[in-house]
Design a protein around this ligand. Structure first.
Ligand SMILES: NC(=O)c1ccc[n+]([C@@H]2O[C@H](COP(=O)([O-])OP(=O)(O)OC[C@H]3O[C@@H](n4cnc5c(N)ncnc54)[C@H](O)[C@@H]3O)[C@@H](O)[C@H]2O)c1
Ligand SMILES: [Zn+2]
Length: 364
């Protein structure tokens, strides 16, 4: 494992600025990173049986004093019940207001642990050590935390920024291939929506990226953290600018809901959503046909997406009507206007949506 200096990105979140460290070998040196962030000695680590099974020993060697709290992950376990188990373990372990909670897992562990840290004793310090590509490029940055309710996803939550985020791309070596690919769609999202050089780098280095070469992954993950960090700094509570990161997510969320969150991974739904947004933008003349082809080809390069031909476009439209991100009855839609540039519009019509959904292969 390389012990080069990690890349360091400063996230200038108004409520708490913090560094993100990205690099191979940052996990074995976790203890020093937490000390440098000024975190106290009373440390707890929330993880899942899967992640702890693969990487618990490495984490334990790096942070022997951190007491493990193991809770199940996977979307259906992102509940208040999971958060309660974390609270109980904190109480049992004697955690007071000086305690530090580390999250060590994917977005589910990060969101549950983040919410527990935001609320336990009205808030304790938090550090994220994300272990999925999606969590490394997205969920660990920005301070959003929360859980699902039976009535919907992410309905309960808080904003609680971590004190430091430590990202070791080496842990991605054990991630199932499909989960890894789902994270890459989010990377493409950043590139298309706001970072043309990132898009070009991903298109060019797809081979070493899919082989999960840490040296190739490190600058790509860092670029995503930089983009998200910049947006979070300008719009911490997602009232305006942060919405560009919803590129692909409007139709993506509808497809996730329409397939009951079972058939597609989040990133795969976002890939469909990006294809739909590109098709709409192209049909409007907002996106050049050549750029549309380039983006579509990059998504296709990652392999086939699970088919949607048994879904009805009309039924999906119903989900879009209920999109919780809709404002004053209007759907906010991020449309690419080029590679690395996008605009937010509120006037996408149902006819345009239907056409895009049918283009994705959905039926009547
Ligand atoms: N807070 C935010 O800003 C934000 C942003 C995006 C997504 N999210 C949330 O993130 C969640 C999705 O996160 P996710 O995609 O990481 O899913 P996840 O946390 O469920 O992890 C996916 C799977 O990968 C396994 N896993 C994790 N790391 C591994 C590793 N290194 N090796 C082998 N297996 C590993 C997990 O056990 C799990 O089975 C959603 O709940 C979503 O709402 C939050
Ligand atoms: Zn997403």
């Amino acid at each position: 494992m390389s012990h080069d200096q990690p890349l360091r990105i400063e996230i200038a979140a108004p409520s708490r600025p913090y560094p993100v460290l990205v690099g191979a070998g940052t996990l074995p040196r976790l203890g020093a990173a937490l000390d440098d962030a000024g975190l106290g000695p009373s440390r707890f680590v929330v993880s899942s049986p899967t992640v702890w099974g693969f990487w618990g020993e490495t984490l334990h060697e790096a942070q022997p004093e951190a007491a493990p709290i193991i809770v199940p992950d996977g979307e259906r376990h992102k509940t208040l019940g999971g958060v309660s188990r974390i609270y109980e373990a904190l109480v049992k372990g004697g955690a007071d207001r000086s305690a530090v909670l580390l999250t060590f897992g994917g977005g589910v562990i990060g969101d549950m642990g983040g919410f527990a840290a935001a609320t336990y004793m009205r808030g304790i310090r938090l550090a994220h050590v994300p272990t999925t590509l999606l969590a490394q490029v997205d969920a660990a940055i920005g301070g959003k935390a929360g859980v699902n309710l039976p009535g919907g996803k992410n309905l309960v939550g808080a904003f609680h920024q971590p004190s430091v985020v430590v990202i070791d791309p080496g842990v991605l070596s054990t991630l199932p291939r499909r989960e890894f690919r789902a994270g890459l769609y989010e990377v493409i999202k950043y590139g298309v929506a706001c970072d043309a050089p990132l898009f070009e780098q991903v298109s060019r280095d797809l081979g070493p990226l899919t082989r999960r070469d840490p040296a190739t992954l490190t600058p790509v993950i860092a670029a995503c953290c930089r983009v998200k960090g910049g947006i979070v700094a300008a719009d911490e509570r997602e009232t305006g600018g942060r919405r560009v990161l919803n590129f692909g997510h409007t139709v993506g969320h509808a497809i996730e809901a329409g397939t009951k969150y079972r058939r597609l991974l989040h990133g795969e739904s976002v890939a469909y959503g990006m294809l739909a947004a590109c098709a709409i933008a192209k049909a409007r003349g907002a996106l050049a046909a050549a750029d549309c082809r380039t983006i579509t080809a990059a998504i296709a390069q990652l392999g086939p997406l699970p088919p949607l031909n048994d879904l009805s476009a009309d039924a999906q439209l119903e989900f879009l009507r209920h999109d919780k991100k809709s404002h004053d009855g209007r759907l906010h839609f991020v449309l690419p206007t080029g590679i690395g540039a996008s605009q937010i519009v509120t006037d996408v019509s149902e006819a345009e949506l239907l056409r895009a959904l049918r283009d994705l292969g959905l039926g009547e």
